[in-house]
Design a protein around this ligand. Structure first.
Ligand SMILES: [Zn+2]
Ligand SMILES: [Zn+2]
Length: 237
């Protein structure tokens, strides 16, 4: 265990992800063990949806593949919400480990040269003083033993927070050219880590920018993947 880990453990001793009971190890208490299941269905790695709900005929993303351990529902959804808005760090270690597992199985660790996170907007960093994507990315990098570059992607101030924007097209427009990378990534494969894929607009733009910077392949892993929203008329597509 490194110093930062030891420090975090004193600040945030392990608590059950589901019921918040103090426990000896990060994860679940005996009562809640088994309540949270990782995704077992066959998923489309190109769009991240279930194979039978594949959205690849609606949009081609700039990233090469995406994977996630959980759907954006139930306990995992609550855990990430509690992380972002209630400063409950319970899920970071366990979810990070599950994300790393998905990467290893679906992409192969040997295919990843470095890992980055999606940078936060100024307003969210101001309101919560940490970036949840960065926390997950650190865990994933540690589990996979791959170099983590926290500052690889930068965000421009012009980008508004996505959650207030309703239509899919507006979300894609909002983030367009909102990120950049100054590093020369020629020939390298990068893994982007984020907390949630909703429409995929943010992570898609990040992937596009990494490819501008020369990245060969861009893989993505998120803790939560949101199910097909294109079916919902209110989303405007
Ligand atoms: Zn519990
Ligand atoms: Zn697909």
């Amino acid at each position: 265990m490194n110093l930062l880990d030891a420090f975090l453990e004193t600040l945030y001793p392990p608590r059950c992800i589901v019921c918040d009971e103090p426990i000896p190890h990060y994860g679940y208490c005996l009562r809640c063990k088994g309540k949270v299941k990782t995704i077992k269905e066959e998923m489309c790695l190109f769009c991240g949806a279930r194979k039978k709900l594949c959205e690849c005929n609606k949009r081609i993303y700039h990233f090469d593949a995406i994977t996630a351990p959980y759907f954006n529902e139930g306990y995992p959804k609550q855990a990430v919400y509690d992380l972002k808005f209630n400063r409950k760090f319970n899920c970071v270690k366990n979810f990070g480990r599950q994300m790393a597992k998905k990467v290893a199985i679906n992409f192969g660790v040997e295919n990843i040269d470095c890992i980055c996170c999606v940078p936060p907007s100024k307003e969210s960093l101001y309101s919560r003083d940490f970036n949840q994507s960065d926390l997950f990315a650190r865990e994933v990098a540690k589990c996979l033993n791959v170099e983590y570059k926290p500052k690889l992607l930068k965000k421009k101030d012009s980008v508004r927070s996505q959650h207030r924007i309703r239509t899919i097209q507006d979300r894609f427009d909002n983030v367009r050219n909102g990120y950049y990378s100054k590093e020369n990534l020629k020939g390298s494969n990068v893994l982007i880590v984020d907390d949630i894929k909703t429409t995929g607009a943010t992570i898609d733009e990040c992937a596009r920018q990494l490819k501008f910077a020369g990245a060969e392949k861009v893989y993505c892993v998120v803790a939560l993947i949101t199910e097909n929203k294109y079916k919902d008329e209110s989303y405007g597509l």
